[in-house]
Design a protein around this ligand. Structure first.
Ligand code: PEP
Ligand code: MG
Length: 544
């Protein structure tokens, strides 16, 4: 067995035989021509044929991946007609009296290089598109089609890279996965693979191409980006199990997608998803979550070697909000410290870090870091429905200090004439016993509560959540925790605030009915649990 690590661009698991993508490599030679006009006529005929082919591919893509994704082929048709591109080719034919194929190939290289050298990763990925259309025109001139035919068996397609048109032209019903040596996650190939619901891994590196043989067994894990060539029995069995679970999940998805989170007797709740990065949004949408109930923004800090700037943060928050469109997005402010450490914060070593300078305590101690994040959040708020949530609250005075800082940020943005939404919801996490006990005082100050059962359990039961030795003392179903949650629900509702749960307990379906009976309004869980919880909610009858 050999394992390769790439980047998963569509989360699905595939187990099967590999098929090496064959492309008829057209060798373009340069030769002198006598009749320049004749060459330009040949070029025009090839372009016409290429456009006809692209129209067919567009029609296929329209059916398989929808209009938005099929658009790339309309763009390809337009690129073929692009004046700059055509002028460059014709100038070369005229100026150097060379054959049209050669002029197209050289122009393609020049344009692709120009795109590849741009700073913007989206523009860089356009280099593949220019090569794709140029190869098509050349193939039309040389009458080589170069289409890869797939055997009757479903296979894992392995290639150096795949052009968008090659991806769509493959018979989707015969492809288990796409695995490429190169490629970027912004490429249209990656986008198309995602929309074709086919496991896809890119960038596993050049070496794998030299090793794979037609018909080798392989496993492609589009979630983790792992590719196992000739897997051993243990790996194979583990992945066959994972695949079976996926099939069950897909069936559940088909059944429950688009359905309401409503009990038999008509009680509705929101089921949102927890994420740690923009990369998780695909999963959130795929699993039909009603919103994002917890975006752990600290990962943005943990993934960096230095404080993320306001601009960097703004871009991330904007992207999450835009992607979720009209759905609610609750972004939790920095919860660093304790088990989540970043060197550049230069935090002193503490005896009891879980009881130390973490989360909101750190933000209030170093307000410049906090204000940078708040500015980025407020600026991004105009791009969607934002909720801002503060972690590790224990007192009214902390919350007063936070709200004062929010007002300060707003007035600074006003001075700078920078827009922000006036309907941002502000909320706090209930993850310390203190917060639950004084929830009657905290509730009137906020729009919502979200119970962090992971920390609430740790702090209520005095059980370090990191310590496996005491796991048996750490009863997540302890009555004390339920009493604190119940108390928080009553106080939230009495003061017009809504309340959700975003700790791991939210996904525990043995408790869903208990939470609904308490009056919980929202459960926020890992994306892959959304439909399981929906399923559970729909089976509950609170009237019984
Ligand atoms: C929690 O404490 O329950 C929670 C959701 O926050 P985290 O797990 O990130 O501490
Ligand atoms: Mg917590």
């Amino acid at each position: 067995m050999v394992k390769y690590q790439g980047k998963g661009v569509y989360g699905a698991v595939a187990v099967g035989k590999v098929s090496v993508f064959k492309r008829q490599d057209v060798q373009v030679k340069r030769f002198k021509i006598d009749h320049v006009e004749g060459e330009i006529v040949r070029l025009a005929a090839a372009k016409k044929k290429a456009i006809e082919q692209l129209q067919d591919i567009y029609d296929k893509a329209l059916k398989e991946v929808g209009e938005a994704n099929a658009q790339i082929f309309e763009i390809h048709m337009m690129m073929i007609e692009d004046d700059d591109y055509n002028d460059a080719i014709v100038e070369m034919i005229n100026g150097q009296s060379v054959n049209a194929e050669y002029a197209v190939a050289v122009t393609a290289d020049n344009f692709a290089e120009m795109f590849a050298s741009m700073d913007d990763s989206y523009m860089q990925a356009r280099a593949a598109d220019i090569r794709d259309i140029s190869n098509r025109i050349i193939a039309c001139m040389t009458d080589s089609e170069g289409n890869h035919s797939v055997s009757d068996e479903k296979v894992i397609i392995c290639a150096d890279d795949l052009a968008p048109s090659e991806t769509v032209s493959l018979d989707k019903d015969k492809v288990l996965a796409f695995v490429t040596a190169h490629g970027s996650s912004n490429s249209h190939t990656a986008i198309l693979a995602r929309n074709m619901n086919i496991a896809a891994i890119i960038g596993v590196g050049e070496e794998f191409l030299g090793r794979i043989k037609e018909g080798d067994m392989a496993v492609a894990d589009g979630y983790t980006g792992e590719f196992f060539l000739n897997p051993d029995a243990v790996t194979l069995a583990a992945y066959e199990k994972k695949q079976k679970e996926e099939v069950e999940k897909k069936a559940l998805l088909q059944n429950l997608k688009g359905k309401e989170n409503v009990t038999q007797d008509g009680r509705k709740i929101n089921i949102y998803a927890n994420i740690g990065s923009v990369a998780n949004i695909g999963e959130v949408l795929l699993n039909d979550a009603g919103g994002i109930g917890l975006f752990r923004s600290e990962f943005l800090y943990l993934e960096n070697n230095d404080y993320p700037t306001e601009e960097e943060q703004f871009k991330v928050y904007k992207r999450v909000l835009e992607s979720m469109a009209t759905k609610k997005v609750i972004i939790r402010t920095l919860d660093i410290g304790a088990d989540k450490q970043a060197d550049y914060f230069n935090l002193e070593k503490e005896e009891n870090p879980a009881l130390g300078l973490r989360a909101i305590r750190l933000c209030l101690t170093r307000p410049e870091i906090f204000k940078t994040q708040l500015r980025a959040l407020y600026r991004a708020s105009v791009y969607g429905r934002l909720g801002i949530m503060f972690p590790m609250i224990t007192s009214v005075s902390e919350l007063e200090e936070i709200l004062a800082l929010c007002e300060q940020v707003k007035s600074e943005l006003d001075t700078d004439n920078i827009e922000y939404s006036d309907s941002i919801e502000l909320g706090i996490m209930i993850e310390t016993p203190a917060a639950a006990i004084i929830s009657d005082k905290l509730a009137p100050m906020v729009d919502f509560f979200s119970v962090g059962t992971n920390d609430l359990t740790q702090y209520t039961l005095a059980c370090d959540r990191q310590n496996p030795q005491i796991e048996r003392f750490c009863d997540t179903h302890h009555e004390a925790i339920f009493r604190l949650i119940e108390m928080s629900v009553e106080n939230a509702h009495r003061h017009g605030a809504w309340i959700g749960i975003c700790g791991e307990l939210a996904a525990d379906i043995s408790l869903t009915e208990t939470f609904l009976r308490m009056g919980i309004d929202e459960l926020s869980v890992s994306p892959s649990f959304v439909l399981k919880v929906r399923d559970k909610v729909r089976k509950i009858d609170l009237s019984k």
